[in-house]
Design a protein around this ligand. Sequence first.
Ligand code: SF4
Length: 388
Amino acid sequence: MTTYSHSRLSTFEQCKYKYKLQYIDKAKVDTPTTIEAFMGDLVHRTLEKLYNDLKFQKLNELNELLNFFNQTWEKEYTDVILIAKSQYTAENYREMGIKYITDYYNQYHPFNQLTILGLETQDRLTLPDGNQYHVRIDKLACKDTTYYVCDYKTNSRMKDQEEADEDRQLAMYSIWVKDKFKDAKKVILLWHMLAFNKEAVSERTEELLKKLQEETFELIKEVEACKEFPTNVTKLCDYCVFKSMCPSFKHESELEEKQPKEFKEDEGVQFVDKYTKLQEEKKQIETELEQLKELMVQFAAQKGLDVIYGSNKKASVKAYDKVIYPENKEEFITLLKGRGLYEEFSMVCYAKLNSAILKENIDKEIIEKTTKDKDFRISISKRNETEE
Ligand code: SF4
């Protein structure tokens, strides 16, 4: 039995290789976290302190909270924390954290709008398959029989309504709330979008929650059946703490350690440089061949020839009839089908068939007639771009 969490499932959806490193291999990293996660965690802890102290009738002044935030920052910040946006410094992020706490404090002071039931809850929701789902709610609160599952978000992008209504994390937690608190007539999902000093709110019907639970269950089945863990290079890789271990970036990390001379001598650099050069030459040669072909056709026509002689070889220049099909392909295919000719002249679409066989989305007998093997494709792209 495994305990799944929102971040575990999101990691699987984002990149299966990262999932393997983080949750299966439990790989150790030199970069402990990103600056966004570090700042976000400290903001969470500061707001947790605010509400924890309130339980003891202690209302912190804003500067007490900011002192806590700043002192903890000083104590815990290290230079190995990953700052992906190199145009900004750690100090910029610290200032952002201060602003988020200040805005929140001024907006909700004296913090008596709701009754706080739990902070950073640590509980488990048992799923129908026996697996567990980790429930960690930043702030669980209520007003009469309306419950609020609140999450602090330090993202610099505002959550729109569609995203809020599709979010899995808080909706899964609301299933737990309904199960745990029998008087809960309504469960509101509430995100404090701290960068905007705004709230994003969503509510789910029983039907939507059931659907969500089924989808989560299906995703967990996919995770458990997963045998291959390929990388998935996206913009999010800039924030991945496993980058130096990742097959898509390991070579780049090794190169960063090298001096210019060693860099040029690296076997991999030489392979890619030569491959790129040859590809460019091939493209150039193909263009020149096309131009030359046209000149040879003109030459043959002017001289009344159908063979042109070179030093050791000769070139035959023969006209042939070619068919130009109508632009509207679908209409033409319908015509062929209508005349009962389609089967005779159509071909198997191997790209589609390959995909169906690999995904086992086709008759078993067809799959059993085939075998699988590995092949390689080399795609060239700029170093800071995803593959073409
Ligand atoms: S760097 Fe990107 S591709 Fe590599 S493990 Fe991390 S998320 Fe996956």
